[in-house]
Design a protein around this ligand. Structure first.
Ligand code: HEM
Length: 526
């Protein structure tokens, strides 16, 4: 009997290990690490070419500590603290280094960079892999060419009526709930989600159509999907056990089914779109732009429908929580800084009446408003929605970075949460100070190369955010429309602590909500 139980236990451990090794992200290095003896660990610390780079001892021998910190949602803040302690170069894993100075940022994230995205990006999506996860330089630049047309300023201007329609629904919601606490994070998630749905699938998800808004299933599935990817990459054994329990426990089955439901919905919505509008309807949304983009050179293959579906899914993911987190923290800071709210409202009151569409300003009227720009920049600086390390791999032959030779294959990165808190480039870095983007002296300073490099909420170079223009359009239209119409204040229970950031690549307040109270602005102030 004992033998049977022992054999069973050994088999379970064996399968656990096999599944860990098979699906692990940093394949070989993790297998080696798991098998290292104390002597080998000792020599790894003493003889590694990275041995002189400062960092916590545990980071020099295992990447698992960072995995655990990451799973707890604390990767970015933990690395930030290490930079505060050790300076601009920190060893955060046996073969991983984080940097925070402009020179290295310019080297890693340049237009001509030979540093490719790290293997972990491949765990973010299922095949066919979309633009965000493509690591091969040629494949990526071909795909980027096919998609970038949809994000041009001219193409985006055509979508303004669709976006404004949804901003109008957001305003109506706030209107109905004014004077009492509203969860701004939920409202901004719903509006950002509906906007990408409208632009990339031809229909909004309808989250703002309900009287009492609640997240649609797709949005919940997106949350599950983030947790699922983390489990698969970092704790494959646990994922394997959940898969075994799937048929017995309906809630586990529902959780694990998220990816399938997202995929199914994407395909269904895409096919319905084609059935309803065809491939060249002239509709002013971005899916039509993508479908009608022609390749200008013979080497670039057009996307198949499956690839287009995958890209649409990418856009829905990449364009929802990034924009909504930025808006949430922006309004949180305006609520905490009423004088900036008043200054912004006064600036917006100068928009001429013929530039208004009902109560909503036209996008072109928002192009030259220094306070609006400064408030948005400062929210992106202090609370970047993608605050985490953007991991890249050192190219063949290795490189010298900050005076130390770094061998090929080492994972290197910078995180904008830290670079945007550089106390020399951004004095009083923890304070919300939009004036740093406005005052004449500072304006000169913000043109300094180091500031331009260190401010990287959308990253830099070839892999910078393709949706930046769309994001800026949404941020401007929503901020201007809401601030013109409502005063905003912090609701009871919303504290500095509840708004502390957790991140799983994208940031979110640790309480998972942000209660704010919106009150009417009387007409004479507009
Ligand atoms: C405030 C809003 C946004 C922020 C802060 C943001 C930030 C970023 C950052 C930092 C990256 C680089 C990621 C990396 O290297 O790992 C990125 C890439 C990307 N973003 Fe955004 N993003 C925002 C909105 C959007 C929107 C609205 C879309 C599209 C609907 C979008 C689509 C993408 C895509 C497809 C990529 C991958 C580009 C490539 O690899 O060529 N983003 N974004």
């Amino acid at each position: 009997m004992l033998v049977i139980v022992a054999t069973g236990l050994l088999a379970a451990v064996f399968f656990w290990q096999v599944s860990t090794l098979k699906k692990s992200v940093v394949h070989e290095s993790q297998i080696l690490e798991a098998l290292l003896t104390p002597k080998q660990i000792f020599s790894k610390v003493l003889f590694s070419p990275l041995r002189k780079i400062p960092g916590p001892f545990i980071a020099k021998i295992t990447s698992k500590w960072l995995t655990m910190v990451d799973m707890a949602g604390d990767r970015t803040s933990a690395i930030h603290k290490l930079h505060q302690k050790y300076g601009s170069t920190v060893r955060i894993g046996p073969r991983e280094i984080s940097y925070s100075n402009a020179e290295v940022i310019n080297e890693i994230y340049s237009q001509q960079t030979p540093y490719m995205k790290a293997p972990i990006y491949e765990t973010f999506s299922l095949p066919p892999i979309g633009i965000f996860s493509l690591r091969d330089k040629t494949e990526h630049s071909q795909r980027r060419r096919l998609l970038s047309h949809a994000f041009s300023q001219a193409s985006l201007l055509g979508t303004e009526p669709l976006i404004k329609d949804l901003v109008g629904k957001l305003i109506a919601h706030i209107e109905r709930g004014r004077g009492r606490p509203l969860d701004a994070l939920l409202l901004f998630r719903l509006v950002s989600f509906d906007i990408v749905g409208e632009l990339f699938l031809g229909q909004s998800f309808g989250g703002l159509d309900l009287d009492a808004p609640k997240p649609p299933q797709f949005l919940k599935d997106m949350d599950y999907q983030f947790i699922l990817s983390g489990l698969e990459a970092n704790l494959p054994g646990l994922h394997w056990i959940l898969a075994l329990l799937r048929t017995r426990i309906p809630s586990v089955d529902h959780f694990l089914g998220a990816r399938h439901r997202i995929h199914e919905y994407g395909e269904y919505a895409f096919n319905q779109y084609i059935e309803q509008h065809g491939r060249n309807s002239g509709r002013k949304d971005l899916l039509t732009k993508i479908l009608t983009t022609k390749s200008n050179d013979s080497t670039t293959m057009m996307m198949t429908d499956r690839e287009t579906c995958a890209e649409v899914g990418n856009m829905v993911f990449a364009g929802t929580d990034t924009t909504s987190t930025t808006l949430t923290y922006l309004f949180y800071e305006l609520a905490r800084n009423p004088s900036w709210q008043t200054r912004l409202r006064t600036e917006l009151a100068r928009i001429p009446h013929d530039s208004l569409d009902g109560q909503l300003p036209n996008y072109t009227s928002l192009s030259d408003l220094p306070i609006l720009d400064a408030v948005i920049n400062e929210a992106l600086r202090l609370h970047p929605a993608a605050p985490a390390s953007l991991q890249r791999v050192v190219p063949p032959g290795g490189k010298v970075l900050n005076g130390t030779f770094v061998p090929e294959g080492t994972v290197v990165s910078a995180q904008c949460y830290t670079t945007q808190r550089d106390p020399v480039a951004f004095p009083d870095p923890e304070m919300f100070l939009p004036s740093r983007w406005m005052d004449t002296d500072l304006e000169k300073k913000t043109k300094e190369p180091s500031v331009t490099s260190l401010f990287m909420p959308f990253s830099h170079g070839t892999r910078a955010c393709i949706g930046k223009n769309l994001a800026m359009m949404e941020l401007k239209l929503i901020t201007a429309s809401v601030v013109r119409r409502f005063k905003v204040e912090i609701a009871p229970g919303n504290t500095e602590d509840s708004m502390l950031m957790k991140d799983h690549f994208l940031a979110i307040p640790k309480s998972g909500k942000c209660d704010l109270i919106f009150r009417d602005v009387s007409d004479y102030q507009l």
